[in-house]
Ligand binder design. Sequence first.
Ligand code: PMV
Length: 332
Amino acid sequence: MNNNQIIKRSPSNIAIVKYWGKHGNQLPNNPSISFTLNNCFTETKVTWKENNLDITTMDFYFEGKENPAFKNKIEKFLNANEQYFTFLKGLDLKIESYNSFPHSSGIASSASSMSALIMCLLAIKYQDKEIDLQEASFLSRLASGSASRSVYPTMTLWGKTPSLPNSSDEYAIPIGDIIHPVFKTYHDTILIVSSKEKSVSSRAGHSLMDSHPMAEMRYATARKNTEDLLTILKNGDLEGFIKIAEEEANQLHDLMATSTPSYTLKEPNTINIINKILEFRKETCLPICYTLDAGPNVHLLYPDSCAEQVHKFIEEELKDYCFENKYINDKV
Ligand code: PMV
């Protein structure tokens, strides 16, 4: 931090057990577990000066350009949660944000952008003192649920679950210390199927669950998958991991397809890529699998031990199904 300026980076994350459905002020209807990524991040710079008034003003720039929609979103969030941000009263803020991943890659950026912003705001609050990551996760959650999981490295759990007494619906906790080393070597190659904006915002998506006929079944499955995945992660059980990762991805998309209104976010090349992955796994017995976010892009997950073979497979068999042959190699 130099005089009245702070820069923070925060990564994106990919959920293995998905958060889909919420209540109250951004509380999850089931726990979720994610890998924290490395190369896909947001970098945010906040510059501030005192205005000698009792208000906060803000200018917001995304990738060098003023962005009124984003500014509006942040202002709404700060107003709705003003009791946590009293330290911003009397400041004019200039917020400048950049993503390391291309704007047109269809990758959701709310987790990385909101957690990067919160880290900057807490740096203003604490000045030279260390930021409390639990507070950062709590406030990030209020801005965007999945952002609560981006403040810790490796792997994170958000939401109350019986086997971890320190887990909470209010903030995420790091679980990097309890997982088998193999999971710390995981790669996530994001195969870009479409660069389009998502056709359903996550806010609308979560609210579809309020009246979904299968909601209770879904929350029970996610709770069980969370507990099972924790055991799998401790034991290094790659087969168990594959089963849960793919079941969760498919359930998320099936929930969207069976909600009212219904959404189909997979595209033909999403299915083509998935089929190729399943074929390759059958042929080679390599422990690779896929997961999906609320969009058409496929996240290919694999341990470092098979990275070389998988990279060859991507170049030879998957790249042609990607939008402009684009994919992003990321790692835990
Ligand atoms: O954090 P939100 O409100 O954008 O919701 C994220 C929802 C999913 O990405 C689909 C799942 C997840 O757990 O990240």
